[in-house]
Design a protein around this ligand. Structure first.
Ligand code: URP
Ligand code: ZN
Ligand code: ZN
Ligand code: ZN
Length: 496
């Protein structure tokens, strides 16, 4: 039988970031055509009963590294498996990173990443590009990427010394160019020099296990870099986005900066909101190594709750996962030396449920804030709102029918990811996707994925996102330093 041309979602509670209302939603040709009460659709359509369920914009994961070649190996979740897993968890778009080697062309790396991802992706995606070195060519390529390639965000590393790390003067230049081309500067905020010294110290003390990964880079190493990045961004009036905010100290720095009027956004990730760094001290090496990522999870067990409070109250803005998965045998590259454990954890499949459980079910945030931090704010910051991030007429039909009461237990035995363990193993979550719709097609239903590689599309993002740049542009106008008009000094000048 022919597939019906449209989908009518009936009787659900439509939840956007600013309001909720019982409404029907009609979808056709990949778009939301109508939202309203008792929609009468004349044609033959598929009707989905969403009574007692929420109809929310598909999740947007702001931070993934599918199949990234990193630390001597390659992440096991590729664009195919990783985006399928995303859909199973209610995420309908990811933003992945192009990370060129030092000295290599950003444009070529970008084009190669597009060629890799395009035929494999099962959900829509877009790309941030990392600036790992500095030159006039890099500067020019940033402009081309922003003007022609749909990239409006660039990530700069303050860590990974000698690999990706930039010096402060290079950060200054890169941030200034971001401002020039209308992009948002993203930072991996950790002091790379201190990490290198700390790692040597731990190894010399005989600390070779995963606990050394956290001990060599405590919270202040993250907080210092976060503050430095904010200071440099402010010096050039560039908007800043701090990726993977992992500690209370760094989160406080972001929060204070926002209160001081800085245009800065903080991104906690599912791992940091759902678990903590006590695992690094686990007696089983493989268990402990599974949590190694940079910046590390923090051993203070009150950290996840604190980050969630800040997320609920808009001190932090948006959530990603930093999904960068290495199976246990890959992590084992660092079995005798924690500095060699490939950095990265899972999250792309579980982010939505973890945030619902720890954020909404716990009473810290409401359903509208949930939509803001899992979807709408990402679309606003990265400039594709309301194409995505909203249930509204003409928006893309990336829609999740969310069951807030249903529960599921997270486990590597049942997850759709390629990685052979799960950092949230055993966590019971309220809040489960009942149906996921991507580009107007039901792609996940009854626990089954029905999607093929290449179903997803690249989302082209324009520069100068209004959400980010309105204040920046106005400040540029009114806060220009001006010289004082004076009569020339006509007195004596010493000779030298
Ligand atoms: O541990 C991490 N975060 N791995 C991915 C690379 C990065 O810094 O985001
Ligand atoms: Zn990073
Ligand atoms: Zn553990
Ligand atoms: Zn990352």
């Amino acid at each position: 039988m022919e597939e019906p041309s449209g989908i009518l979602i009936k009787g659900g509670k439509v939840v956007n970031e600013d309001c909720s209302a019982i409404s029907d939603v009609y979808i056709e040709n990949g778009k939301i055509v109508e939202v309203g009460l008792n929609l009468q659709i004349p044609k033959r359509v598929r009707v989905i009963d969403a009574t007692d369920k929420l109809v929310i914009p598909g999740g947007i994961d702001t931070h993934t590294h599918m199949e990234l070649a990193f630390m001597g190996t390659r992440a096991v979740d590729d664009f195919h498996i990783g985006t399928k897993a995303a859909l199973a968890g209610g995420t309908t778009m990811i933003l992945d990173f192009v990370i060129p080697q030092k000295g290599k062309s950003l444009l070529e790396a970008h084009d190669r990443w597009r060629e890799t991802a395009d035929p494999k992706v099962c959900c829509d995606y877009s790309l941030h590009v990392a600036v790992t070195w500095w030159s006039d060519k890099v500067k020019k390529e940033m402009e081309t990427l922003a003007r022609e390639k749909g990239v409006n965000s660039f990530k700069m590393f303050m860590a990974y010394k000698d690999v990706f790390m930039l010096q402060d003067s290079e950060l200054y230049a890169a941030f200034a160019q971001c401002k020039e081309v209308g992009a948002i500067a993203q930072v991996h905020a950790e002091n790379g020099d201190l990490i290198a010294e700390g790692a040597k110290k731990m190894l010399s003390m005989g600390i070779t296990g995963p606990e050394g990964h956290e001990l060599c880079r405590p919270e202040e190493v993250e907080a210092e870099a976060t503050q430095r990045a904010i200071t440099i961004a402010h010096a050039v009036n560039c908007p800043l986005y701090v990726v993977h905010v992992m500690s209370k100290s760094a989160a406080k720095v972001v929060s204070n900066a926002r209160r001081d009027g800085r245009v800065v956004f903080g991104e906690p990730i599912a791992a940091g909101l759902g678990t903590d760094g006590t695992h690094y001290w686990h007696k089983d090496w493989a268990h402990a190594a599974g949590f190694v990522m940079g910046p590390p999870l923090r051993p203070d067990p009150s950290t996840p709750g604190y980050l969630m409070d800040l997320l609920a109250n808009d001190d932090l803005s948006v959530t990603g996962t930093d999904n960068c998965t290495f199976s246990v045998c890959q992590k084992a590259l660092g079995k005798d030396d924690f500095t060699k454990i490939p950095n990265g954890v899972n999250g792309v499949e579980d982010r939505m449920s973890v945030i619902w459980e720890k954020g909404v079910h716990s009473g810290k945030m409401d359903e509208n804030r949930f939509v803001a931090v899992t979807s709408s704010n990402a679309a606003k910051i990265f400039n594709f709102y309301p194409q995505k991030g909203r249930i509204a007429k003409n928006s893309d039909a990336d829609v999740v029918i969310w069951d807030p009461r249903m529960t599921r237990k997270i486990s590597a035995k049942t997850h759709h990811q390629a990685v052979d363990y799960n950092i949230f193993e055993g966590m019971e979550c309220h809040g489960v996707p009942f149906i996921t719709i991507s580009r107007g097609k039901v792609v996940y239903e009854d626990g089954q994925l029905k999607v093929s590689p290449g179903h997803g599309q690249f989302i082209h993002r324009k520069p100068f996102s209004e959400f980010v740049y309105k204040r920046i542009k106005q400040r540029e106008q009114v806060r220009k330093p001006t010289a004082v008009t004076r009569k020339p000094y006509e007195g004596k000048v010493i000779s030298v």
